[in-house]
Design a protein around this ligand. Structure first.
Ligand code: NAD
Ligand code: WQD
Length: 339
């Protein structure tokens, strides 16, 4: 039996494929390389000794998706990572985000249904909670108002998958709400490869620490947090990958729609990250405090108890590991996969 991994050459998908192969699973990857590179497949093979079957296709292309299912009759489930994820870009190009993220998911589910594959693990996000009433955030917290089209696609897809289960209870839907995935595989062979100037804190900090960028801009120090800078729940991407394996094992046992927070439960501020990075690498991370970034919230971190109770999963890696592994990746691949 094999698992279809959509977006499997991306940041989180590639790490998950490595963990799945390590657990003896067989993966079939589909990706259109709109935000990843073919060399990732070589790197997965270098780490695992296995080259997963790969299809270059757009999930919105129903005929191509049909072909994948026809050629792989042993597919039994799907982990669905494929999607566009840049918050700012989604504000500028809402139609692109709704088109890509929604149509791809609808097409995927239609083809899965046709081939009687009714098990799906979906990449959702803590962004569905909006600005939380309180932290830590349990799964039962009200889903807030999203502030951008990207976040809205996650809300909508959660709803679509829930409705799919309600209409046909043979489906097993596992919705994983990631907090802030960071770090890289300890080998330094795979990691996050943002194109252009990174939007997210960790890749920006790693580029400052290695001298690629002069200083970090800290977006606001007047939030209602211990040091005034934004607090987030950073989760090592390998821990996150492991959560997918656990979710898949659970989905094989129950037919249900279930959602799980995937975070460590600990919040760190922007300045905590700067200090942790400096301590882990011995290099300095110069920074300047600037204006708040539009759309940011003060604090967001998970109550991850449900994932521990039901999936038997909890994060293992420390913040120091996240910093060291991110730095190892950046140092070994100064231009990402373009080296
Ligand atoms: P990524 O961009 O590295 O990976 C996504 C992959 O999907 C890319 O390889 C891209 O080429 C592919 N893709 C996009 N649209 C496609 C389509 N129509 N057909 C085929 N392939 C397509 O992103 P990531 O960080 O690995 O995120 C994976 C998933 O997790 C996304 O759904 C994202 O929204 C979600 N998520 C990410 C974060 C984060 O901070 N990285 C946080 C929460 C949720
Ligand atoms: C973290 C903290 C910033 C950059 C985003 C998406 C979210 C999810 C994860 C997909 C904040 C501060 C950042 C910088 C800074 N993605 N910061 N200087 O905004 O929590 O979440 O990625 O689902 O939907 O919104 O992550 O890494 O951008 O920011 O001071 O150059 O770092 O203000 O407090 P965020 P981030």
């Amino acid at each position: 039996m094999s698992i279809l991994i959509t977006g499997g050459t991306g940041f989180i998908g590639s790490h998950t494929v490595v963990e799945l192969i390590g657990a003896g699973e067989t993966c079939v990857i589909v990706d259109n390389f709109c935000n990843s590179k073919p060399v990732v497949l070589d790197r997965i093979e270098a780490i695992t000794g296995v080259r997963p079957r790969f299809y270059e296709a757009d999930l919105c292309d129903e005929a191509a998706m049909e072909r994948i299912f026809e050629e792989n009759p042993d597919l039994e489930s799907c982990i669905h990572f494929a999607g566009l994820k840049a918050v700012g870009e989604s504000v500028a190009k809402p139609l692109l985000y709704y088109q890509n993220n929604l149509i791809s998911t609808l097409t995927l589910c239609r083809v899965m249904q046709k081939h009687d594959v009714k098990r799906i693990v979906f990449s959702s996000s803590a962004t569905v909670y909006g600005d939380p009433i309180s932290v830590p955030i349990p799964e039962t917290a009200p889903r807030g108002l999203t502030t951008n089209p990207y976040g809205e696609t996650k809300q909508m897809i959660e709803r679509i998958l829930t409705d799919l289960y309600r209409a046909d209870t043979e489906w097993s839907v596992s919705i994983l709400r990631y907090f802030n995935p960071v770090g890289a595989h300890p080998s330094g062979l795979i990691g996050e490869d943002p194109c252009g100037i990174p939007n997210n804190l960790f890749p920006y900090v790693t580029q400052v620490a290695t001298g690629k960028r002069a200083f970090l801009q800290v977006f606001g120090d007047d939030y209602d947090t211990p040091d005034g800078t934004g607090v987030r729940d950073y989760i090592h991407v390998v821990d996150l990958a492991q959560a997918h394996l656990k979710a898949l094992q659970r989905a094989r046992k129950v037919t249900a729609v279930e959602c799980f927070n995937v975070g460590t439960g600990t919040g760190y501020s922007v300045l905590d990250i700067v200090k942790a990075f400096e301590a882990a690498t011995g290099r300095s991370v110069p920074y300047r405090i600037v204006e708040r970034r539009a759309g940011d919230i003060a604090a967001c971190y998970a109550d991850p108890q449900k994932a521990e109770n039901i999936l038997g999963w909890r994060a293992q890696y420390s913040l120091d590991d996240m910093c060291r592994h991110a730095d190892n990746w950046q140092t070994k691949n100064p231009n990402g996969y373009d080296t």
